[in-house]
Design a protein around this ligand. Structure first.
Ligand SMILES: [Zn+2]
Length: 129
């Protein structure tokens, strides 16, 4: 299960499961103990953040660009999918609005991997019976 509602500034709770920071730069004032894992490479590229914050691109464009930046990072995504399958993970960023943050896009990409795996599993197991 993947949770994305929280920001890195929110209080850590046991129900968060593994807390994973997905920002390129460490957020100021946040102690290292607040997270379990930091995956820098899944953060938004600086140029893309700049364009988004300056309102030069739409959310749809942001999403498309961010997804493009995930190309070649399949292994990291697989790793997240594995974690999310076995337990709970919380993707963390500093953005207050989770709906308009790359962590939500990232979560849906990982969910896609999970549902593909599930389909494959079900298909393989239906053949047997
Ligand atoms: Zn964000």
């Amino acid at each position: 299960m993947i949770q994305t509602k929280k920001t890195i500034y929110d209080k850590a709770e046991d129900s968060d499961g593994e807390r994973i920071l997905v920002m390129r730069y460490w957020p100021r004032g946040v102690p290292k103990s607040k997270i379990d894992l930091w995956i820098k490479e899944l953060g938004t590229e600086p140029e893309l953040i700049r364009k988004w914050k300056a309102k030069k691109i739409s959310w749809a464009e942001f999403k498309r660009e961010y997804k493009k930046s995930l190309k070649g990072k399949e292994q990291v995504l697989e790793e997240l999918a594995r974690k999310a399958k076995n337990s709970k993970i919380t993707l963390l960023c500093s953005c207050k609005d989770a709906e308009k943050c790359h962590r939500t896009v990232l979560a849906s990409e990982v969910e896609k991997i999970l549902s593909k795996k599930k389909e494959r599993f079900e298909r393989d197991h239906t053949l047997v019976s």
